[in-house]
Design a protein around this ligand. Structure first.
Ligand SMILES: O=C(CO)COP(=O)(O)O
Length: 255
């Protein structure tokens, strides 16, 4: 059975005290998770050491980061390397979020380098893809995400794909309150899995978790997660409140 994952993406929110309190709240309400179910807390770089200390020794709940450098080390002012993240206690890193692609001009070629850095340092990757509203309106979303995935991760070996989780996040659903319907999510998740199968075969494709992200909330999570090709969620706004995030983790119960 492939892994099921609910991941928090705090984005650029919360001070240290707020982050600490939020993790305490999540831990206080966290249900016992089956062996294949995982929770990830992807905070800002500033929170990582604190979060890692809070999660130390806990099973199935992991410290994450939202980005890593394309480079290994050296004179890259402002950058944080995958090795530094690993050393600080990170086990999952988000790569290719649409906000990084859009506001920081991250190209698929840069993302492929980040993927290589993360894997070389023993990190699991949450690799994001997803289309803008114009692409969805034009009906070319499948080809769009296919290209993002091909250029971002298809240079990897089948063995390396074991550390990849794909997150489908339609840009028109991020922070907008407008969620993809479960039918829309299932359709494109199935397409993503078929693209992985065409490249790597059915075994690899069946083992790659594919998460949905975009205005996921306790009220819609169970329906989205019930889709056969939706293996959990990448959560923005609703991950900033312990009760809402726990409600989404609860929705993983039946998958
Ligand atoms: O971008 C997202 C997670 O990475 C989704 O954000 P929201 O849940 O706030 O729509």
């Amino acid at each position: 059975m492939r892994n099921k994952i609910v991941a928090a993406n705090w984005k650029m929110n919360l001070n240290l005290a707020e982050g600490k309190q939020l993790v305490e709240g999540i831990l206080a309400g966290l249900p016992a998770l089956e062996v294949h179910k995982h929770v990830v807390i992807a905070s800002s770089f500033v929170h990582i050491a604190q979060t890692a200390a809070q999660l130390a020794g806990k099973s199935n709940i992991h410290t994450g980061a939202q980005n890593c450098s394309t480079e290994t080390s050296g004179a890259y002012t402002g950058e944080v390397s995958a090795a530094m993240l690993k050393d600080a206690g990170v086990s999952y890193v988000i790569i290719g979020h649409s906000e990084r692609r859009e506001y920081f001009n991250e190209t698929n070629a840069m993302l492929a380098k980040k993927v290589n850095q993360a894997l070389a340092n023993g990190l699991h990757i949450l690799f994001c893809c997803g289309e803008a509203l114009e692409v969805r309106d034009a009906g070319t979303q499948n080809a769009h995400v296919e290209q993002q995935i091909k250029e971002g991760i298809f240079h990897l070996s089948a063995e390396q794909m074991k550390d990849i989780t794909i997150a489908y996040e339609p840009i028109w659903a991020i922070g907008t309150g407008r969620t993809a319907t479960s039918a829309q999510a299932q359709e494109i998740h199935a397409h993503i899995r078929s693209v992985v199968a065409a490249q790597y075969g059915a075994d690899v494709a069946n083992n790659v978790p594919i998460l949905y992200g975009g205005s996921c909330k306790p009220s819609n999570a169970a329906e989205l997660f019930a889709c056969p090709d939706v293996d959990g969620g990448l959560i923005g706004g609703a991950s900033l409140k312990a009760d809402e995030f726990l409600g989404i983790i609860e929705a993983m119960k039946n998958i």
